[in-house]
Design a binder for this molecule. Sequence first.
Ligand SMILES: Cc1cc2nc3c(=O)[nH]c(=O)nc-3n(C[C@H](O)[C@H](O)[C@H](O)COP(=O)(O)O)c2cc1C
Length: 141
Amino acid sequence: MKRQPKNQIKHLIYTSKPINFDDFSISNILKSSQKNNKKDGITGALIFREDIFLQFLEGPENKVDKAFNNIASDKRHKDVLKLKEDITDRKLFTSWAMRGDPVKSWMWSYEDVDNGIVKKLKPEDAFEVFEKLSREIDQFN
Ligand SMILES: Cc1cc2nc3c(=O)[nH]c(=O)nc-3n(C[C@H](O)[C@H](O)[C@H](O)COP(=O)(O)O)c2cc1C
């Protein structure tokens, strides 16, 4: 008998630097992300502050690749750097088309970001940030 393929999910993590960041801009980004991602079966989280974006996207491979291509050419940020991409069978943010999270106290100071700590995250450490965030969300829901 043929084995059923597992439920394959692509996840992708990148970091970038916001341009002209403010509340209005982040709210617009999240609104269009949620609308598009819902259609495409993508979920994830966007960690943000005026000095940093770190985004986690998960969903069908072709949709995640397409979304990332759009995102990478968006003029609202620069220095887009992919930190991790993998195929998995588990989702972290099943009920969030795109969750927005301001940088938390356990993440990085402005100085850390300035020193390039986020850009130097190893793939597994970048993933761990989002695993921790998703555990925190579960705990408080
Ligand atoms: C930091 C950042 C994160 C984004 N995340 C997403 C996303 O998760 N999904 C998405 O469709 N667009 C996202 N966008 C927006 C896309 O770059 C692009 O503007 C959008 O897909 C265009 O869709 P629209 O024509 O429906 O506005 C993001 C943009 C930025 C700057």
